[in-house]
Ligand binder design. Structure first.
Ligand SMILES: Cc1ncc(COP(=O)(O)O)c(C=O)c1O
Length: 400
């Protein structure tokens, strides 16, 4: 079985597992119980991890709040800021191609007395390799801001087409206009260089399981200086995380999260280059043997795309049927890019693809565990699957 669905989740690196293990069996104290050694050991481990994670994104430890993952971080950022700032304004700006973990909280707010503007992105051109498909023009953000805008939320890297958005430019615009900027950087942290100062972001969500860490742990960066960001907590209880997110801390998860980020940073940028080469090899292999393919998202050679991302439409072939025809290959289909999303991918539709085109797409996500021989085999499996389905379709057309 070849696993190329690393935008959905990644294998936990064995070095991360090793770091986590003692926190299940020996140092299992509650980080909030600082009256004894068990608790203090756990609390020390959490604070060391907080330092590692903060410095990995150019922040300070007090700016990191641990959560259960990027979905929770996005909810805390968006709903938390909107609720706290309600007296100042009720308008939020985001993008059509965001993850449901951003669109969902925005939709909830829109049902109350908030207004949400969702910006569109550069379209896909079927007859040429467009450099910028899926890219958000910062000018659109500038034009959308109003007196009553309290938050802009733009992802750094897209989970389907890998497009990297111009956050630094968007951040500069927001700062000049006095509007807070939240960034869902779940697919970017650990894969490309991310620094909250350079990007001018005020809040940033990310998650351990996209970077070879465990599932169920993430973080929200909350700026505490120039400007200080204030938000309403969404989970209340014991007052952990300075009251910003109550709940017993997931100590093994947090320790694994820090180790995972540390490893990604150690291996960057060589690993990014290696994955980009493998990704290009996969695309070249498919193009050599199949006709009627289209790349979705920015050109592979552009710097606007995540190194390990490839998204392809296979013309007349149904992506879900293709996925089923490829027993030995784990990829994701554009027909159902998120497990909760019933219809064709909203991201591909936002690029201007037709429903049929969106349904005929596959997303490939590479990882540090993929190697050249696997990519060769994967390309063979896809080619065989597409040829088989095309043959069946042409046979059915002959008979009709
Ligand atoms: C861009 C993006 N944001 C948010 C999430 C949700 O992350 P989590 O699984 O940590 O809640 C994902 C995961 O698919 C994602 O790709």
């Amino acid at each position: 079985m070849i696993y190329l669905d690393n935008h959905a989740t990644t294998r936990v690196d064995p070095r991360v597992v090793e770091t986590m293990l003692p926190f299940f069996s020996e140092a299992y104290g509650n980080a909030g119980s600082t009256g004894h050694t068990f608790g203090e050991t756990a609390s020390d481990a959490v604070e060391r991890s907080r330092e590692v994670i903060a410095s990995g994104i150019g922040a300070v430890p007090q700016e990191i709040v641990f959560t259960s993952g990027a979905t929770e971080s996005n909810n805390l950022a968006i709903r938390g800021v909107a609720e706290r700032s309600r007296r100042r304004g009720n308008h939020l700006v985001s993008v059509q191609t965001e993850h449901q973990a951003v669109l969902g909280p925005l939709a909830r707010l829109a049902k109350r007395d908030y207004e949400v503007t969702l910006l569109d992105v550069e379209p896909h051109f079927s007859d040429m390799a467009s450099d910028r498909a899926g890219w958000l023009d910062p000018q659109k953000v500038a034009d959308a801001l109003r007196e009553e805008t309290v938050l802009v939320s733009v992802m750094l890297a897209n989970n389907e087409i890998g497009v990297i958005q111009p956050l630094a430019e968007i951040g500069a615009i927001c700062r000049e206009r006095g509007v807070l900027l939240h960034c869902d950087a779940t697919q970017a942290v650990g894969k490309i260089s991310v620094d909250v100062e350079q990007l001018h972001v005020d809040l940033m969500s990310f998650s351990a399981h996209k970077m070879y860490g465990p599932k169920g742990v993430g973080a929200l960066y909350i700026r505490r200086r120039d400007p200080i960001v204030r938000l309403d907590s969404q989970i209340v209880g014991g007052g952990q995380e300075s009251g910003r997110r109550s709940g017993t801390l997931n100590v093994p998860g947090i320790v694994g999260f820090a180790r995972a980020l540390e490893l990604c940073l150690d291996e960057f940028p060589e690993e990014a280059k290696r994955q980009a080469d493998l990704r290009d090899q996969l695309w070249a292999g498919l193009c050599q043997q199949l006709e009627n393919l289209q790349l979705c998202g920015p050109a592979l050679e552009s710097s606007l795309r995540l190194p390990g991302n490839l998204n392809v439409t296979f013309g007349d072939v149904d992506g879900e049927a293709l996925q089923m025809a490829m027993n030995d290959l784990a990829v994701s289909s554009g027909a159902t890019c998120a497990s909760t999303e019933a219809g064709p991918s909203h991201v591909l539709l936002a690029l201007g693809l037709s429903v049929d085109q969106a349904r005929s797409s596959l997303r490939f996500g590479l990882s540090r565990f993929n190697h050249v021989d696997e990519i060769e085999r994967a390309s063979g499996i896809v080619v065989q699957g597409v040829q088989k389905l095309r043959k069946i379709a042409s046979h059915q057309a002959d008979q009709a």
